[in-house]
Design a protein around this ligand. Sequence first.
Ligand SMILES: Nc1nc2c(ncn2[C@@H]2O[C@H](COP(=O)(O)OP(=O)(O)OP(=O)(O)O)[C@@H](O)[C@H]2O)c(=O)[nH]1
Ligand SMILES: [Mg+2]
Length: 270
Amino acid sequence: MARGERKLGEVVDKLDVLVEVRDARAPFSTSSPLMSGKSGLSRLRPVFLVLSKKDLADPDRTGVWLDGLRAGAGYADVKALDLHNDGVGALISTMMKLRPVHRELRVGVVGIPNVGKSMFLNKIVGRSRAKVGGIPGITREVGWYKGNGFLVVDSPGILDPHSGPGVHQVLSWLGCAKADVVGGYENAAVALIRFLMARLLWGKVVDVWSLPDSEDALESVGRRLGCLVAGGVVNRELAARRFLESFASGKLAPVTLELPGDPIHAALNI
Ligand SMILES: Nc1nc2c(ncn2[C@@H]2O[C@H](COP(=O)(O)OP(=O)(O)OP(=O)(O)O)[C@@H](O)[C@H]2O)c(=O)[nH]1
Ligand SMILES: [Mg+2]
């Protein structure tokens, strides 16, 4: 069992509520293994679900996800948020109804790496206390933060060691897992381009980046981004890295990779 998971398991009995953070672009693939694992967290209720990075997702598809998740059993509330810009006042009010009279509300924030757990925590405690960063693995330890009537546990992102290569592929596209687990940047980028083409989402990228028509999409991306070496040859490794970084940080276009009942790793066939 990972160290973070063990530590969380030790404090679970002290928590009043749990917040699971997932990425709105792939709410199925970015679900936390802790919610179904042996850590003991899954028995804790109520659970609030936050779909982060709403600004990077397709708004219509986010609506479909919200309807589906709200209709399903189990969550006290489900919200999609752009954590850079949206307020969390409504969510705070709902959560605060559960506060014991004599002390703060104790909240555990869980999720896989890089989904925005620390950013969400900072929003509800009202201060930028927990470190936030654009690469997975920024939060290394379980830590407590106080503010606004909350006592919140931040936790390191935990991946499911048993999830298959398809899920890892998706997580590498979203910046939640490193590309080396799926054979490096070039493999990950080519797989993402193929996926976007197969799902008719590539056109959005072509529009935003004004890509020329080409047989080799990664080659076009490399030229567009100026990833060239001597003789005007595209450095494919660099092009792949820049492309993946742009996709993960939403610079391409708002894209949602999966819909309820349509987990993409099944479609990836790997
Ligand atoms: N555009 C956008 N970026 C977000 C949003 N939420 C988080 N981010 C970005 O996502 C990255 C990860 O945020 P963190 O709060 O560090 O994520 P974490 O889940 O704590 O990550 P680990 O500690 O590494 O597990 C940062 O670059 C944030 O700026 C959001 O709603 N929209
Ligand atoms: Mg963190």
